[in-house]
Design a protein around this ligand. Structure first.
Ligand code: HEC
Ligand code: HEC
Length: 494
């Protein structure tokens, strides 16, 4: 009888079915899967929380960021809750990740069935006494389709109202130090990397953010007539179309990317410029160093892009990444934007000292040393041989490096001697290469930095085929390292 009743109610009230979740049954689901981040009482203070940026949501406040009900309606819809928890299927663009992109909030579609989901939603609502929304979600029917004209109008509006936070080119290099309502540091999104958007990157998703705002943060609703910067409905569509057009696909890490070095005749460039057009960028995820020594849990840098040229004697790397700040120690505006002391920005390229079995990528070991080329934004350049993090020796081998910073993007060109064995016909020609970056305004210095794992560099156009496979594996493994660590934290609590 009861099942029949439930069946009928689902049929009749499928839109509201989720609201009927059971708080009592939601509690064990919460305890099992959510508590280690969101905390015993839901206050966002679980044991893992101290390592997470952005921090897990404090459910006792009843304030949710990724909702589609209007700015003056506190409660998300049930559909919103389901998406927050199960993920946005349409923007599932990072391999192995289906949660809120760019955060540690996993997607739970593979773990929670519909009943568990509705029960845990009921439990979350109970933590703040959240009522059902009085107002329906905003209208998400496309009003202004993307066109040259719409994008051009959007660009103008962006310059007037968005760039003060998101930077002139939308790369998140704002001039303001932003904190959310609870005092946590927030960085405006780099809008050229839509794969880092939490809640979808189609124009309609961006339009929803502009109309609703991102509650609890400084990103306001542009539909609020009280706001100084109200935008009409059409204007919000225009800006959304413009933001969607900022996507720079080359910045998105590919699966199993191999850096193909291009041979040039004559000298190699020692600074960025048109000569680099011959080569194509390959991009890689950056993961924070959390394995040893001084760890980093709050990275600001998401990915790095690399091009390589070589001639008979030398090799040059153009390394590009988006960094929200030009970290110049002592500089007043850098100090303003930083939370603590400003250190120098830096970059490093790492190779095995000799070909063969790959060394440990975190600075090698006594038996398998690595060579590191290191640059900092005060002009420091070093060539180092490392046999582990504490056995480091400067070597002089003709390495030069030069960098520039413009509107949120940094480019550094490294140039140094080419090792003969990298080109020997019979030897393995997939040269392992890894990269590390430091954002000095984010307290990064020494062992606190972001990095890639070993990637593959091929000189003179390798043949292709199976050796590419391990390169693919290495990239994915390192990216997943951090996720595993988080999943591990989750398992411990079971
Ligand atoms: C590994 C840590 C972690 C775990 C485990 C976790 N969350 Fe989260 N969650 C986060 C973080 C971090 C955020 C904040 C994301 C942001 O600010 O955009 C978040 C945000 C949320 C939000 C708010 C979304 C919004 O729109 O404001 C909800 C709802 C949520 N989590 C539900 C859950 C549920 C339910 C579970 C368990 C089934 C869970 N979380 C498990 C880290 C976690
Ligand atoms: C006062 C500062 C500020 C202004 C002005 C501002 N933003 Fe934001 N924006 C932010 C912050 C901070 C975030 C990140 C919030 C978070 O995830 O906690 C953000 C996030 C976003 C996102 C990411 C949404 C997602 O799903 O991850 C988009 C898109 C965006 N802003 C677009 C815009 C556009 C377009 C404008 C102008 C109409 C604008 N913003 C104006 C501060 C601002």
């Amino acid at each position: 009888m009861r099942t029949v009743f439930i069946f009928i109610s689902i049929l009749l009230f499928s839109a509201t079915a989720f609201a009927s979740g059971d708080v009592e049954q939601g509690k064990p689901v919460y305890e099992k899967y959510c508590r280690q981040c969101h905390g015993k009482d839901g206050a966002g203070d679980g044991p893992a929380a101290q390592y997470l940026n952005p921090p897990p949501r404090d459910f006792t406040l009843g304030i949710y960021k990724w909702k589609t009900t209007p700015f003056d309606e506190l409660s998300p819809s049930d559909e919103d809750f389901i998406k927050m928890i199960k993920g946005w299927p349409a923007h599932n663009t990072v391999p192995g990740w289906d949660g809120l992109n760019g955060t540690s909030m996993p997607g739970w579609a593979d773990v929670l069935g519909d009943n568990d989901t509705k029960d845990v939603i009921a439990y979350l609502k109970g933590l703040s006494g959240l009522e059902a929304p009085e107002k329906p979600p905003i209208d998400l029917k496309v009003k202004v389709a993307p066109s040259k004209e719409s994008i051009a109008r959007g660009k103008k509006i962006f310059g007037d109202v968005c760039s003060e936070c998101h930077g002139d080119e939308g790369r998140g290099d704002g001039r303001k130090k932003l904190k959310d309502d609870l005092g946590a540091r927030t960085w405006p999104r780099d809008l050229t990397k839509p794969w880092t958007f939490r809640a979808g990157s189609a124009p309609v998703d961006i339009y929803a953010r502009l109309t609703v705002g991102i509650p609890g943060t400084q990103m306001p609703s542009f539909a609020d007539p009280q706001s100084k910067k109200t935008l009409s409905d059409d204007e919000r569509w225009d800006v959304a179309n413009y933001v969607a057009s900022l996507d720079a696909p080359y910045k998105k890490p590919g699966e199993g990317a191999v850096i193909k070095a291009v041979k040039v005749d004559g000298p190699l460039p020692d600074s960025p410029g048109a000569e680099w057009d011959k080569a194509a960028f390959e991009s890689f995820y950056l993961v924070p160093q959390i394995i040893e020594g001084e760890r980093l849990f709050t990275p600001t840098l998401a990915s790095v892009s690399v091009k390589t040229l070589f001639n008979d004697d030398e090799i040059a790397f153009l390394i590009e990444w988006d960094d929200p700040t030009d970290s110049v120690p002592g500089d007043a505006s850098a100090v303003d934007l930083s939370d603590g002391e400003v250190f120098k920005d830096g970059a490093a390229v790492e190779f095995p000292s000799s070909m063969g079995e790959k060394p440990y990528f975190g600075m090698g070991s006594a038996s398998k040393p690595v060579d590191i080329w290191f640059w900092q934004n005060d002009g420091t350049v070093r060539a180092i041989k490392a046999k582990g993090a504490s056995i480091v020796q400067d070597v002089s081998n003709g390495v030069s490096a030069r960098g520039m910073y413009e509107k949120g993007t940094r480019q550094v060109v490294f140039k140094g001697p080419l090792k003969r064995e990298w080109r020997e016909e019979d030897a393995q020609r997939f040269v392992p290469v890894a990269f590390a970056l430091w954002d000095g305004s984010n307290g990064e210095k020494g062992g606190r930095h972001t990095m890639t794992g070993w990637n593959s560099l091929v000189l003179g156009g390798g043949e292709g085929g199976s050796p590419y496979a391990w390169a693919a594996g290495a990239v994915v493994v390192v990216f997943i390292l951090e996720l595993l660590w988080l999943r591990g934290a989750r398992r411990k609590d079971k």
